[in-house]
Write a protein of this length. Structure first.
Length: 288
């Protein structure tokens, strides 16, 4: 994994953990997802337009199809994530989602795409996965914590499945089909906004309440979520998925710290052990 790819992924990790912290505080469901997806579409429209104007990318029918498929997958991802945050802690849902996704994506990349990461990279990916499981372990995993924790665990795992699928799907779009990362993410936002429009209309009271009471949170998610993913997509243009997917999960360290410090979530010693395993895993992954 090159230094430039690692830098992109680490910056994306900080942004990703931050917008998930904001999403946990926001709560909500399909209405909230529609609101910040639509705002993302509007905010990044000038960037997408400038890209089209200056680079004239040749967007094929296949590219448009991949954007549409990505929109469907991301609708499932965002709704599962928001429901998870309504039913569990940030430091339970986030590690499960971010841990399940890259391990499945790396495994599929090796099996389907024939990618062959080195031994150190594979050991690093396993260590990152183990650290994430430790961070999300204990009472929440076996359903002995607060009553809502099992729902958070279920939705966290479901979110991880969506992450694995859309990572592989979007990797093909940017690396094989040649869709520019900025255009790929913007097109997916357009699709999400359209797909969720009926649900947003039915929940227009919720949408209005989020905009009135939580405007800074909504705007923060709308700006940071696309930027974090555009950086990851850019790294995937020239870096194998089996390296990028696990490395971006350093965001777990940041998200867990945010949950423990600002949301008063517990068990810091156990989570520190998981964080240490992840740091070692990241070093091994970068070296491999």
């Amino acid at each position: 994994m090159t230094a430039s790819a690692l830098a992109l992924v680490l910056i994306a990790a900080v942004l990703h953990a931050t917008w998930n912290f904001l999403a946990k505080r926001l709560g909500g469901g399909a209405g909230a997802v529609w609101l910040y997806s639509t705002l993302s579409m509007v905010c990044y429209a000038p960037v997408a337009a400038a890209l089209v104007w200056f680079t004239r990318p040749g967007l094929s029918a296949a590219g448009v199809g991949f954007m549409a498929g990505s929109a469907v997958l991301h609708v499932g991802y965002f709704i599962a994530l928001q429901r998870g945050y309504r039913g569990g802690d940030l430091s339970v849902v986030y590690p499960l989602a971010r841990g399940t996704g890259p391990l499945l994506a790396a495994l599929a990349a090796i099996t389907i795409f024939g990618e062959r990461p080195g031994l150190a990279a594979m050991a690093g990916a396993l260590l990152i996965g183990a650290g994430i499981l430790v961070l999300a372990g204990g009472r929440a995993l076996v359903g002995q914590g607060q009553a809502a924790a099992p729902a958070g665990v279920r939705y966290g795992l479901l979110t991880g499945v969506f992450i694995a699928v859309y990572t592989l799907w979007d990797k093909q779009a940017v690396a094989v089909i040649g869709v520019p990362p900025i255009l790929m993410d913007w097109g997916s936002n357009v699709g999400r906004s359209l797909l969720l429009l009926p649900a947003a209309w039915l929940r227009r009271g919720e949408v209005s309440r989020h905009w009135t009471q939580h405007r800074p949170l909504v705007l923060g998610i709308a700006l940071l979520s696309p930027l974090a993913y555009i950086l990851v997509l850019t790294a995937m243009v020239f870096t194998p998925v089996s390296y990028v997917a696990p490395a971006r999960e350093i965001s777990i360290l940041i998200g867990t710290a945010m949950g423990a410090r600002w949301l008063a979530e517990d068990r810091p010693r156990l989570r520190m052990a998981g964080a240490t395993a992840m740091v070692v895993g990241l070093i091994a992954l970068a070296a491999g």
